[in-house]
Design a binder for this molecule. Structure first.
Ligand SMILES: [Zn+2]
Length: 84
């Protein structure tokens, strides 16, 4: 198991690992707090907007992190709030 900071897709509950995915973009930096946009993979393709306060720490099974996200059952949420 390895520890990563991630954001969960609100629709399909995949967790995207912020250091491993290119699917997270800064959305609006004019706000006091930067907002980010996650675009999920096909076939979900849902868009999730979030700030650093929405990030969580996840324990991720070995070898699952390389594709940039993990599926329900491959991760365990460790903390309610890790940043922000
Ligand atoms: Zn999704």
């Amino acid at each position: 198991m390895a520890l990563y900071v991630g954001i969960m897709c609100a629709k399909c509950e995949r967790v995207f690992l912020v250091t491993m995915t290119s699917r997270i973009k800064r959305y609006d930096s004019r706000q006091d707090e930067s907002r980010y946009k996650l675009t999920c993979v096909s076939p979900c393709r849902a868009t999730t907007y979030f700030t650093r306060a929405d990030l969580r720490a996840y324990s991720v099974a070995a070898n699952c992190f390389l594709r940039g996200y993990v599926l329900p059952g491959e991760y365990e949420e460790l903390a309610k709030r890790v940043l922000g």
